[in-house]
Design a protein around this ligand. Sequence first.
Ligand SMILES: NC(=O)c1ccc[n+]([C@@H]2O[C@H](COP(=O)([O-])OP(=O)(O)OC[C@H]3O[C@@H](n4cnc5c(N)ncnc54)[C@H](O)[C@@H]3O)[C@@H](O)[C@H]2O)c1
Length: 348
Amino acid sequence: MIETKWGELLVVSQKQCRALISDAEVLQLVEKVLGDYAKGTAINPIKLHLPFFPEYNGWNNAMPAWLKEENIHGIKWAGFGFDNTHKFGIPCCSAVIVLNEMETAFPIALLDGTTVMSMRTGAAAAVMAKYNAKKSAKVATLLGAGVQGTSGMEMILLAMPQLTEVRIMDLYQSQVDKCIATLKAKYPNVKFVGTTDKHAACKGTDLVLTAVHNPDPAASTDVLDDIEFESGVTVVTIAGGMSFPKYRQTFDKVIMDFAECLCHRHNVTIGYMKECFNVDVPYMKPDICDAEIGDIIIGKAQGRTSDAEKLYCTSVGMGIEDLIVANAIYKKAKEQDIGQVISVIDDI
Ligand SMILES: NC(=O)c1ccc[n+]([C@@H]2O[C@H](COP(=O)([O-])OP(=O)(O)OC[C@H]3O[C@@H](n4cnc5c(N)ncnc54)[C@H](O)[C@@H]3O)[C@@H](O)[C@H]2O)c1
C-alpha cells in the first residue's frame, strides 16, 4: 500500500491507468456521476477554454470538479493540437489530471488524462446512446474512427448488447480497418461493415456516433449537414455533427450533458472564428436543450418518448467524468503499489 506525505504526488502513467480500470467500470462510474451531477452531489464549473489561434493551431481546456460522495476534487487540463498527427505523428488530444485532498486542498496525485479522457468520453457517449436510442435499435454507425470514436463505439457495444451490426466510416480506409480490428477482437459476434462513404453508412441506421476531428478549423459545414435522417434515429456526437442551428430544426429533441457549459464553449469561439477564420458562428442559448442526460438518468426528465422521434445528443465533456475515473484508478494504484511518488511541495 503506497502512503504519501503532504506535498508528495503519486504519479500514474497512461499504461498504468489503462491496466488499472476496465471499460465496464468506467461505464458504470460515468453513468453514476452524471446522475450525481443532476442530484447536486457532483460539482462541475463551466470549463475554461484557452485558444492559441492564430499563432498556434489548438487550445487547452481547464476542467475542475468536486465529487462530494467520493470526497475528492481536482482538475483535468486537456490540450488539443490540430496539426499533431500529420506534423509530429502524435494524437491530437492529450491531458493530465491532478487530484486534490479535500480538507487541505493539497494535490495528492498526477495521472495521465489522455486515456482516462478517451475512456470516459466513450462511456458518456454510450450512456447517451443507451438512454436515448429506441429499444429496438440493432444497427449503429460510427463517423470518425479515431481515438475517441473507437472508444465510443467500444463502450456503446458494451452498453447496448442488442446491436448486431456496426458500420465504421472514416475518410481513411486505414483508420476504418484499425478500428474494426480493435472492435472485432472484443465483439466477435457483431457484424462490422467498413466504408469511406458516410451516406451509405448512415442509410437505415438506428444510431449514429460522430467523433470527427476536422483538420480545417475554418470549415463552414459539418459532417452531418448533408445527411437525410430517417425517423427513429438517434445521433450522438462526441465531435463534429450537424451545424448549429440546423440540428435544432432537423431533430425532435436535443439532449446535452451540460447545456450551459456547451453553450458557453460554443459562444467563446465566436470571436476567434470571425477574427482568425472569417467564419460567422451564431450565438447559442441553453434553451436549445430539451433535457440533460443526468436528469434523464435520475428520472427527472424524459429523453425519447416514441420510436418515431429523431434525437440529437451532444456532449461538451465534463470534468466530473474524468475525476471519478481518475479517483478510482488512484485508489487502486495505492492499494496495488503502482505508480511513482515524487515530492513537489518540499519546503513546508
Ligand atoms: N466531447 C468530448 O467530451 C470530447 C472529449 C475528447 C475529445 N473530443 C474531440 O473529439 C475529436 C476527435 O478526437 P480524436 O482523439 O478521436 O481524434 P483522431 O484524430 O484520433 O480521430 C479523428 C478521426 O476523424 C476522421 N475524420 C476527419 N474528418 C472526417 C470526416 N469528414 N468524415 C469522417 N471521418 C473524418 C479522421 O480521419 C480521424 O480518423 C476532437 O475534435 C476532440 O476535440 C471531444
